[in-house]
Design a protein around this ligand. Structure first.
Ligand code: ADP
Length: 281
């Protein structure tokens, strides 16, 4: 028995070393694979965590907007009823003072004020309503062109040129009416910001596979003064305005329209002044 052990021992020793080598190799392979899947898992967890915090922020914003919308809608309805009465009395008064131009002028001012308030109430109600999009297959090029035409009077009056840069046709799935309104809003804001001769450039491109956008990337850049840093993170908030006669609802509605398309909108400044709005849907 002892003799056998002595004879076998050098062979089994070498075998054992070889085996041990194989075990160590296999072990280090497994360790490497484990490390790789750990790294992958870690980056997936990081990504999910970021996604969750983004979604939480969106949810918080939606909750805040819903509460604000409810309050605004209540107020708008309360204002709307007496407005109808004021308008009715103003038109009755207008007939009574038909032969007195001074009084006519005052009545005219009352009516104009009522109309402005009615427009504001309409905007508040649009803001407070849930935005439902009516998606269809549409040509973005056509909608952009239409928005340019519909703002051409204001552009001419303000001495602003509106240029478009994009393919002749870009078919996407979106709500043409709401997207058109969004563009008009952004172009009018740009024209108002420019004050004097200037330029607005609308660029649209199809989404590249590596871009955040799924369908298209749309940019509106103006040659105005840009957006001050302390204003930049508030411009999409409802009722935020820096204009004397502004409602501060335009951009918050724009934001909700793009969100309803599962898209994003961001505001920034271009080097050398001017604002840039980027939409990705
Ligand atoms: P409003 O036009 O009634 O003020 P908006 O929600 O459309 O409401 O805009 C909010 C604010 O964002 C504006 O008052 C202005 O300060 C700023 N803003 C919007 N567009 C531009 C722009 N193109 N350049 C500079 N500031 C802008």
């Amino acid at each position: 028995m002892n003799e056998m052990l002595v004879k076998e021992s050098p062979v089994s020793h070498a075998q054992r070393i070889e085996e041990l080598g194989r075990v160590i190799m296999a072990y280090s392979e497994v360790t490497e694979k484990l490390q790789q899947s750990h790294d992958q898992l870690k980056s997936t967890v990081d990504m999910l965590r970021k996604e969750l915090s983004d979604k939480n922020r969106q949810l918080e914003r939606r909750k805040r907007l819903a509460a604000l919308g409810e309050m605004a809608a209540g107020l708008a309805h309360e204002i709307r009823n007496p407005l109808g009465g004021i308008q009715l009395y103003a038109s009755m008064l207008s007939k009574d003072v038909a032969d007195r131009p001074d009084s006519q002028q005052i009545v005219g001012k009352i009516s104009a004020g009522v109309k402005r308030l009615e427009a504001l109430v309409g905007q508040v109600l649009q803001f407070s309503r849930e935005i439902k999009i009516n998606v269809s297959t549409m040509d973005l090029a056509g909608v952009v062109q239409q928005a340019v035409e519909l703002t051409s009077q204001q552009a001419t009056d303000a001495n602003v040129t509106v240029e478009v840069n994009g393919p002749e046709s870009l078919v996407i799935e979106a709500d043409p009416l709401l997207l058109g309104q969004t563009l008009i809003n952004l172009v009018l804001n740009a024209i108002e910001a420019i004050e004097g001769p200037g330029k607005v450039l609308i660029t649209y491109v199809p989404a590249k596979s590596n871009a955040d956008a799924r369908q298209c990337h749309l940019t509106i850049v103006d040659s105005g003064p840009g957006i001050p840093a302390n204003v930049l993170d508030r411009i999409f908030n409802p009722f935020f305005t820096t204009k004397d006669s502004g409602t501060g609802l335009g951009l918050s509605i724009v934001h909700r329209v793009i969100e309803a398309h599962d898209g994003t909108i961001t505001a920034s400044n271009v080097d050398g002044g001017g604002a840039r709005f980027e939409i990705r849907i």
